[in-house]
Design a protein around this ligand. Structure first.
Ligand SMILES: [Zn+2]
Length: 304
């Protein structure tokens, strides 16, 4: 099969549009996705202080870090690493990563793609844009997967699709509840149509898990867009979201241009999605662990 790369990458996609609209992308990934993104204000930089993009107050970096990367004044949720999120969620020392080795491939032979992945692996400590494993949450066993927006904007390619599917299938085999935190710009353009196929693959795994009676809690974090929204992110039995997260398929500007109308305030944000029935509950980061533990307890046979 011959692929015309130029043609493929010239095409504007939802993925690109979402990133153009959003100046809250993590520092590490902005140059790989969209050169025109303004200096990111949501990522805690190497300096000692950071300015909250919402309330514009300056805080010590440590103060924000100690508060789960949430602004101590206004509650703005900064980007959090997959590792830190996992630690904030699961019982200490209980996380065991699921074994799922996926070969690094470059099906469209995109220049520098493999180097980019290798350098991101080093930078983030993750092998791909999702961290998945088993853990206990308040004593309850679960399979937990956390996506990282710091790894190529959490885009879903072959490896992410495989790791998510593997986590769902493991939860199905072991009869464990499944919790997935999503953060994604959508399908990974560098892997072309193979990235789109991950939507069907992950969705099919979730359907099987669902048919077998599994409990799936989906937690949408900023941003959850494109192919991830259009697949496993919105297939949860219970859908939670972090405050003010962008949740949608195409970005607001694309929609505005298409329908020729001004969109309402807060469009596609968590609270808007909750008001319109797409999200069951908006949960601040510091309440996430107890909320999930509560849901696990309600669905547990042994109760407490
Ligand atoms: Zn603030």
């Amino acid at each position: 099969m011959k692929v015309n790369l130029k043609k493929l990458f010239k095409k504007s996609t939802d993925h690109v549009e979402v990133i153009k609209l959003n100046n809250n992308m993590p520092e590490e990934t902005k140059d790989t996705e969209e050169k025109s993104v303004e200096k990111n204000s949501d990522f805690i930089t190497q300096q000692d202080t950071t300015v909250c993009p919402k309330c514009k107050q300056e805080f010590s970096k440590q103060e924000i870090k100690d508060n789960l990367n949430v602004c101590v004044a206004c509650g703005h949720h900064f980007v959090i690493s997959a590792d830190k999120r996992m630690k904030s969620l699961v019982d200490k020392g209980t996380f065991k990563p699921l074994k799922c080795k996926v070969e690094l491939t470059n099906p469209l032979e995109v220049p520098d793609y493999e180097d980019k992945i290798l350098s991101l692996r080093e930078k983030t400590g993750l092998d791909e844009a999702v961290l998945a494993g088993t853990a206990k949450i308040d004593g309850y066993d679960a399979v937990v997967a956390v996506m990282s927006s710091k790894f190529l904007m959490g885009s879903m390619g072959i490896a992410v699709g495989e790791k998510i599917t593997n986590a769902v299938e493991y939860a199905d085999r072991k009869k464990l509840p499944l919790i997935i935190f999503t953060a994604s710009g959508g399908a990974r353009m560098q892997e072309g149509i193979l990235s789109l196929m991950q939507m069907a693959k992950t969705s099919a795994a979730v359907e099987k898990f669902n048919n077998n009676g599994g409990l799936y809690i989906s937690v949408l974090t900023h941003p959850t867009t494109g192919g991830v929204t259009a697949s496993f992110a919105t297939l949860g039995d219970i859908t939670l979201a972090e405050p003010d997260a962008l949740i949608g398929f195409a970005g607001p500007r694309v929609i505005e241009q298409t329908i020729g109308q001004k969109l309402p305030e807060g469009f596609q944000r968590s609270e808007f999605q909750q008001a319109h029935g797409f999200v069951d509950q908006v949960v601040p980061r510091d309440k996430m662990r107890e909320t999930i533990a509560h849901i696990l307890r309600l669905h547990s046979k042994r109760g407490r």
